[in-house]
Write a protein of this length. Structure first.
Length: 497
């Protein structure tokens, strides 16, 4: 059922200054001279907002590398618990040896020794790992080669970090400073070099930018490539389907879907045909993996003392995820105003994180760019980040406890369960404020200047063609008829009365 046509107000193109709208940003700006003043000269420097965001992201990434120095120097190589007590663990140096890269084995084609027969990562991530191995010199001790391999990967991942920050800064044309939420996120710096997730995150951030510019095919191709690096980016196609359904943008969605499928097949099909056993290892490993770190499923098993069968937890987790996604779809179709794409993308990925049977600390990287676009408010973002930093410390202290033998140095299971609960509550809190913004769009900071969906591309200012519930009969503050009064979203005055 169609809702009344919405005519969105025009607004100026001046960049939004967060120090004038966000009290936390204003307070933080005191470190560099205070909030932007009325007579400040804007645009007179070569350091544009996007360049500043990129430089800050690189600087924070470098600080994250510094945090790993104790492990780089010795803790990765001298006992298990040291790398946990220093909170500097990384998969990268360990898998250089453990997945055969140090021996020149080819991922997916060559069988590995030990309990893992083939590389358990998607194909594009495997290629990323292999390229880093090619760039690592073959001479020297294995410890030295592991160190160099981590450094090579860190350099490549730093490029991904800069791409993520720039893409977020450019997605909302009038809000480039929102990219600082990504660049300054403490959990981003702490977890960036634990694993190779930044490759998929960078491709996903670039896809969001392409969609915001109305380039559906480029969006689809990038989502397909991102899914070839990590599974979660495919989830973005779900909320996009619902939004395009509400706006009647079926052609653009079809283009994006075909682009995603084509790009994924181009990357996967050669390996799928030439090395089917190695190719499917990622998918079988994901299915067979037991309840693991960071999930509420682990709290249940530890508190009850009863294990949960893998098939059972897979079924329950999938059913719970589908139930939450159905709720998000209902929210999208019944909201008084069509939700922004970034809002629904964040909610769906957060739902996957919350319901999954494992939550590795680097998974927070999936959410940070989406959170910066969905709820660019420093207070809420920092509350969530504080919870994630506590979880980051909690998991390493718990692993130190489990690997220190009779000494039991670290965090016992009860303390680790509290860290998991903090992560869950922090993510749920951010989800709650995003849902509130969807139900009360006048509270959405992105829309307070009269914008509709600056990351929505063809959805921005589009007319609804299918809505349900109250959205079909919106109140005066949510929509207006063609001949009715114009509503200036987020503004006061005669136009909004």
């Amino acid at each position: 059922m169609a809702s009344p046509e919405k005519t969105m107000p025009q607004h100026d193109e001046a960049p939004v200054s967060p120090t004038r709208r966000d009290e936390i940003a204003a307070a933080g700006s005191e470190l560099i001279g205070g909030p932007l003043g009325r007579w400040a000269r804007v645009g007179g420097s070569r350091l544009t907002p996007v360049r500043v965001v990129a430089l800050v992201a690189i600087g924070m990434f470098a600080l994250g590398m510094v945090q790993k120095i104790p492990c780089y120097d010795w803790a990765w190589f001298r006992g298990a618990s040291s790398q946990y007590t220093h909170a500097c663990y990384s998969d990268i140096p360990h898998l250089f040896l453990g997945r055969g890269f140090s021996e020149g084995l080819v991922p997916y084609f060559d069988r590995l020794d030990g309990d893992m027969e083939y590389l358990e990562y998607p194909v594009l991530t495997g290629l990323f790992m292999q390229v880093a191995a090619w760039l690592t010199p073959s001479g020297g001790s294995i410890q030295h080669r592991e160190q160099i391999y981590w450094m090579v990967n860190a350099g490549m991942l730093m490029i991904c970090a800069a791409i993520i920050a720039v893409c977020v800064a450019r997605t909302h044309r009038r809000r480039p400073w929102d990219g600082l939420l990504v660049a300054l996120a403490p959990a981003f710096a702490l977890t960036a070099t634990i694993n190779w997730d930044l490759l998929a995150v960078a491709l996903t951030a670039a896809a969001m930018l392409m969609w915001s510019r109305g380039r559906a095919l480029a969006f689809g191709v990038l989502v397909g490539l991102a899914t070839a690096a990590k599974l979660y980016p495919v989830l973005l196609l779900g909320p996009l389907l619902v939004l395009c359904w509400r706006a009647g943008r079926y052609r653009e969605y079809g283009t994006a879907l075909l682009g995603a499928a084509g790009a994924w097949l181009v990357v996967n099909l050669p390996v799928m045909l030439a090395a089917p056993e190695g190719w499917k290892k990622f998918y079988t490993f994901s299915q067979e993996r037991q309840v693991d770190f960071g999930s509420f499923w682990l709290i249940i098993t530890q508190r009850t003392g009863e294990s949960i069968e893998v098939d059972t937890v897979n079924t329950y987790a999938t059913a719970l995820m589908l139930l939450v996604c159905a709720g998000i779809a209902g929210l999208a179709l019944t909201a008084p105003r069509r939700p922004r794409f970034a809002q629904l993308a964040f909610l769906v990925v957060a739902a996957f994180v919350l319901t999954n049977k494992v939550y590795s600390p680097q998974y927070v990287l999936w959410l940070i760019p989406l959170a910066a676009l969905a709820r660019p408010r420093w207070r809420d973002f920092l509350i969530w980040q504080a919870c994630e930093v506590m979880y980051f410390l909690g998991i390493w202290m718990y692993l130190a406890y489990t690997t220190s033998g009779d000494k039991h140095q670290g965090l016992p299971p009860e303390g680790y369960q509290l860290a998991i609960a903090l992560h869950l509550l922090g993510t749920l809190y951010l989800c709650a404020v995003v849902v509130r913004d969807v139900l009360m769009p006048e509270r959405d900071v992105v829309r307070q200047d009269g914008s509709d969906d600056p990351s929505g591309g063809v959805l921005d200012r589009a007319t609804d063609v299918f809505v349900l519930g109250q959205a079909a009969h919106p109140p005066r503050h949510a929509a207006h008829a063609v001949e009715g009064p114009r509503v200036e979203w987020g503004r006061t005055g005669p136009a909004a009365r």
